[in-house]
Design a protein around this ligand. Sequence first.
Ligand SMILES: [Zn+2]
Length: 482
Amino acid sequence: MRLAAHGQQRLLCTLLIPTPAPTMTNANDHSPHHSDAASQRSSSTSTESQRLRINAGWIITMDQQLRVLEQHSLVVDNGLIIDCLPWATAEQRYSDMAAEDHRTAILMPGLINAHTHLPMSLLRGFADDKPLQDWLQNHIWPAEAAHMSTEFVRDGTRLALAESLLAGVTTVNDMYFFPNVTASVCHEVGMRATIGLIVIDFPTAWASSVDEYFNRGLALHDSWRDDKLIQTAFAPHAPYTVSKDPLERIAMLSAELSIPVHMHVHETAHEVEQFKQQHGVRPLQRLDDIGLLNADLIAVHLTQLTHREIERLAETGVHAIHCPESNLKLASGFCPMAELLDAGVTVAIGTDGAASNNDLDLLAELRTASFLSKALSAQATRLPALQALRLITIDAAKALGLNQQIGSLETGKSADCIVIEPDFGMIPIYNPAAQVVYTNSSQCVTDVWVAGRRLVANRQLQTLNAQAIRDSTQRWRNQIAS
Ligand SMILES: [Zn+2]
């Protein structure tokens, strides 16, 4: 998320709408009501009970030993992985099960995008190559203020999910306004999502006061509390846009409800410097004083870190989210990923929103992160490919508190998995993990399952209407450009 000066304060970001948009639909009309949410849930879980055997050329398990198995089958029942064994044995033992043959392909865990703003996909390419403040104040903010609505969030989320699923992403960690709409769309589609309960000091179209942010967020948390695929996280935007009182309240509620806190932290040098001038301490110190540095914190960007701060993140178990392409495009700085990993911090990768990236291609993002890490440390041996894959699978699951359910292909875990069928740009295969990380592998994703439910089959979206998304995106394009 981008940052820029606004009047006297360098406080606002692109997800902010300084005043409620006059075209706004009443948010209350779209808050998931208990009974509505419950009926939606029952309708979309009907396909999860299938029994399935997936035969793959390679299975990159991402288990503790990081095993890569050749000519193995993954066996799925009722949305869960129940076995992983050689083709021939699977054929005998599970002969009653339907078999999916991907014998020249790679099967791996579904990918986890650890930081994004899904609805902003409608602003992809709306304004590029401009100085940050001009881009924000003269392009992005006015567009958001003029067009933000529940419909914008709904259509933007559908577009983003279509792109994400076709690129192998099965879990998203989102932060945006109208999170109730984002949650509903993710649920309809069958996507696994952590939905950010946004909190910010300023009135926006979603809430007019800090209390209203909390009230709406907590109601949303309550609505989805027992859902299998949707979880919530507090999403205070950043230390410089959320003051001390609400942050203390979040620290208390996060512990009480056992939900994570998802926050932009130390995105730019200017932001850190200005905070220090105003408050006498760096933002991370403020968070530490409040008690927010702990294993529930998902801290995004972290391009400005001292050695001591890295040590402190490791001591407290904070999870770091690296968004290299957004940081590169906006010239925000470099997250010291290698140093964080060396210190023992769990690092995951996020794309950020499509307005600053400009895509949600998580495998491409990982390649950028990998190459940056090698280049910045002047060590080509940094982060071998199989280790790198941890950052968008098992370690990302840890960051979101979901590693008991997802992030690796192991018996007992949810069947969130993807098939990558190597095309000309990926062959020959000496090392499957290296081909996945270092080539344009997202273009070779053919099949995607979340909790055993098939969301992409042979490159076709199963729970989204591709033509309807193209049409609505074109309508938004015409409206926003006019
Ligand atoms: Zn962001």
